[in-house]
Design a protein. Structure first.
Length: 386
């Protein structure tokens, strides 16, 4: 699944087949063995519980990794941006869901064009709405032809971001969608992102109880009016086990499970869910040593810190600060500080925006210490913000 040779920068192409020591710093590295185990665990879990898996590609922004997830049993991919959908479609992904609202007519013209293109090759496109204006603009962009787009109504289930405010607000939108022949009412978008990072299992379970109650009320009201919400989709890497066993959700949108980041590692493990390994690392080098700390050459141009500072893999070190090009580390025990020139591996605080900082992922097999560079993975949708 490496990108075509002509696309690879020569400096990176030269790494293929070489040991990890040849990777210059800072670099974003994927432990392909750990990633493969994560991928299979989630695929097996979804299959065992009879739910669809539609991973969120905004995490890795890669057509190659999307194809790998589809080959493992995913039904399609989620994205958040129109340009992300376009990039993945160009990369061969044919079943896409923009799990986000798009309001601007010029952008919706692109959505409509993509829906037509995917339908022509046997695929599909879906999108979320949370307003009548969104429905009307989407219908206007789609026109009166034979092409269809699946539409999910987003219900705010606790994140207080997008979504209609109350379950009763779902029905008017469902009725508006049903009036347009190019729009197909596909179900309910019910994702609570804030629940993913509640630290205890009990807190996450209590948050999902609220989600389930709101979803069930919305469904009851829509069905009483003679319409249906065929599918409830949502869930993330922190709560997917609760959605999968709820009897309400039919599709899981978890994405971070593939790489796992430092913030998710702070959650209390849920024994009902499979455990995932860290598979995404920033290789970095100690560039300065002082009496009480060291500085490495990977700052927040290399890894995102919106969800906290990175962890240091396999070392009794903690990050104490971060700037554009530097991260400062100090020891957490009695061990000596690493020496000048030492290699360290950072686990990013948040994998999604970290990946968006890089053009390529360097895939390693055989571990971070003695492994070999086996693959170069293009971040196809890097910078796709519109």
């Amino acid at each position: 699944m490496s990108s075509a040779p002509e696309q690879r920068p020569p400096r990176l192409a030269a790494l293929l087949g070489q040991g990890v020591a040849t990777i210059d710093t800072p670099a974003l590295v994927v432990d392909l063995d750990a990633m493969a185990r994560n991928l299979q665990r989630m695929a097996d879990y979804a299959q065992a519980h009879g739910v669809k898996l539609r991973p969120h590609a905004k995490m890795h922004k890669s057509a190659a990794l999307s194809r790998r997830q589809l080959q493992a049993g995913a039904v399609g991919m989620c994205v958040q941006k129109t340009s992300e959908a376009e990039a993945l479609a160009t990369g061969g992904v044919s079943d896409l869901y923009i799990s986000n609202e798009v309001i601007a007519l010029p952008k919706l013209q692109r959505v409509a064009a993509l829906a037509r293109a995917l339908q022509a090759r046997g695929g599909r496109l879906a999108i979320a709405v949370d307003s009548r204006l969104g429905v009307e603009h989407l219908a206007q962009a789609m026109g009166a032809g034979a092409n269809l787009i699946d539409v999910f109504i987003e219900l705010d289930v606790g994140q207080r971001r997008c979504g209609v405010a109350e379950p009763a607000d779902v029905l008017p939108l469902a009725q508006a969608i049903a009036r347009h022949p190019a729009l197909r009412l596909a179900g309910l978008q019910a994702y609570n992102g804030s629940a993913q990072h509640l630290r205890s299992v009990a807190e996450r379970r209590a948050a999902l109880d609220v989600v389930i109650a709101r979803v069930q009320e919305a469904r009851r009201l829509v069905e009483a009016a003679g319409l249906a919400l065929p599918l409830v989709t949502g869930a993330g890497s922190g709560t997917f086990g609760l959605e999968a066993t709820s009897g309400v959700f039919g599709e899981l949108q978890a994405g971070s499970y593939l790489f796992m980041d430092a913030d998710y590692a702070r959650n209390q493990a849920d024994p009902a869910q499979p455990a995932f390994e860290h598979a995404l690392f920033v290789k970095t080098q100690v560039m300065s040593v002082s009496a009480g700390h060291v500085v490495v050459d990977a700052g927040h141009k290399s890894h995102a810190i919106d969800s906290g500072l990175p962890r240091v893999h396999g070392e009794a070190l903690e990050a104490t600060g971060c700037s554009d090009e530097h991260t400062t580390l100090r020891t957490t025990g009695s061990a000596p500080l690493p020496t000048l020139g030492s290699t360290l591996w950072l686990i990013p605080g948040h994998c999604d925006p970290t990946v968006n900082l890089h053009d390529w992922l360097i895939g390693v097999r055989g571990g971070l210490l003695a492994g070999t560079v086996a693959e170069l993975i293009r971040v196809d949708a890097r910078g796709c913000l519109d």
